[in-house]
Write a protein that binds this ligand. Structure first.
Ligand SMILES: Cc1cc2nc3c(=O)[nH]c(=O)nc-3n(C[C@H](O)[C@H](O)[C@H](O)COP(=O)(O)O)c2cc1C
Length: 398
């Protein structure tokens, strides 16, 4: 068998780092995909993911809602922010660690919730959970990680997503909160922006069946056709929900029911950040759901300063949406974010290379961030202050 140099080195490295007892099984362990190391940044994973996925699963992963204006804004918003690097600071040691709700985190990059992971890889939620455990990332799970928790392989710090059903009444809130507390969950992430599912028009055109993500998109027949969907995403239906959607009072009630941190995800305006403080949220995530819900809300990095103003330093502000570079994280932290969250980047890694892909995406992004900190003259997170950036076209904004 011919081995190229990279594959041979990878196999050797795997052998060295493996305990002797396991070495006998080594032959059975597949060498990591050599393309994994061809990826130098988050964007490099996307074409590998696209090539592995059915086109409709790719569109579900990558797409936004309606005109996808906010989807573009989530990226272009970062280009308006200019870093003002500090010269001659000792940066020989770089510390990316932080503390959040009493838990020490090695780096300020969290894994966002993402539904439908089985469209990208079988057992996707557990794979992501294990990857987060391996690289010590905080994982916000959509649920179903019991297997990883039992084996002690899940993320050491994990939050659980909720919205709608769990918060429907006091009884359902109580049983949800109790279950979370008994499972060792470290926080409840309450998504506020999905009271209806938006028109994701790529999915509508593809006649995408969301239920397919339970077990993965079915195989196409020899003519390239998918089985007829039973309940495809569609347009032209009047919005309606069978019961009242959560309100600020739901947050207040949940606050009284549990002592777990409650993180409100989907906050975009100053007034709501202030309300979040008033009604008992422990943190907010500035988010437009990856531009997958209401369109034309702007890029999240543009909303960050006003949300930080609204929170008045009383609760931490996190942000997600379009974060792909170490410099994006630097800019977000300079504008007042405590940490960032990512979804599509690790989903690219998951779809392309499974667990090693998720781990590699996180490792690449965190090392890129550490490098950018060093280059900007900011050796730790507390040195990343507002004067590190200016906003193009705005006067006196450092
Ligand atoms: C495929 C996919 C599924 C998602 N599912 C959920 C979800 O179930 N709940 C939620 O709060 N956010 C969900 N999101 C939004 C993410 O949590 C996050 O807010 C957003 O994607 C971050 O932007 P980024 O993908 O550009 O990093 C999903 C995003 C993607 C891409």
């Amino acid at each position: 068998m011919h081995l190229d140099r990279r594959t041979a080195l990878l196999k050797l490295a795997a052998l060295w780092s493996t305990p002797a007892l396991l070495r006998s099984q080594q032959a059975k362990v597949a060498a990591p995909d050599p393309h994994l190391l061809d990826c130098a940044n988050v964007f490099d994973f996307a074409p590998f993911a696209k090539a592995k996925l059915d086109p409709i699963a790719w569109d579900y992963l990558e797409g936004g809602s309606e005109d996808e204006v906010s989807l573009k804004d989530n990226r272009t918003g970062f280009n308006r922010i200019i870093i003002r690097p500090k010269a001659l600071v000792d940066v020989h040691k770089i510390d990316t660690s932080l503390e959040l709700f009493g838990k020490k985190l090695d780096f300020p990059i969290l894994l966002d919730p993402a539904g439908g992971k089985n469209c990208f890889h079988a057992d996707g939620e557990n794979i992501v959970s294990r990857a987060a455990g391996k690289v010590s990332a905080l994982h916000i799970t959509n649920g179903g990680i019991e297997k990883s928790l039992e084996k002690g392989e899940a993320a050491k710090v994990w939050w659980h997503l909720t919205t709608g059903g769990d918060l429907r009444n006091t009884q359902s809130m109580r049983s949800f909160a109790k279950r979370m507390e008994s499972m060792g969950c470290a926080g409840i992430c309450f998504t506020t922006d999905i009271m209806y599912v938006s028109h994701r028009e790529r999915n509508i055109h593809n006649k995408f069946e969301r239920n397919w993500c339970e077990s993965g998109v079915p195989p196409r027949d020899r003519n390239g056709k998918l089985p007829p969907p039973k309940n495809p995403e569609s347009a032209g239906e009047s919005p309606s929900r069978p019961f009242a959607t959560p309100t600020w009072n739901s947050l207040r009630e949940l606050r009284q029911i549990t002592s777990l941190p409650i993180i409100l995800k989907g906050i975009l305006i100053e007034e709501d950040a202030a309300r979040a403080v008033e009604y008992g949220a422990s943190a907010v995530i500035v988010s437009n759901h990856g531009a997958r819900q209401l369109d034309h809300v702007g890029g999240t990095i543009e909303a960050l300063p006003e949300v930080v103003r609204g929170a008045q330093g009383k609760i931490p502000v996190l942000i997600d949406g379009g974060i792909r570079r170490g410099t994006d994280i630097l800019k977000a932290l300079a504008l007042g974010a405590k940490a960032v969250c990512i979804a599509r980047p690790y989903l690219y890694g998951l779809a392309a290379f499974g667990q090693p892909g998720v781990e590699r995406v996180i490792e690449l992004l965190r090392t890129e961030f550490a490098l950018d900190m060093g280059l900007a003259g900011t050796p730790d997170l507390k040195s990343i202050t507002r004067d590190l950036v200016r906003i193009r076209g705005e006067q006196n904004n450092t």
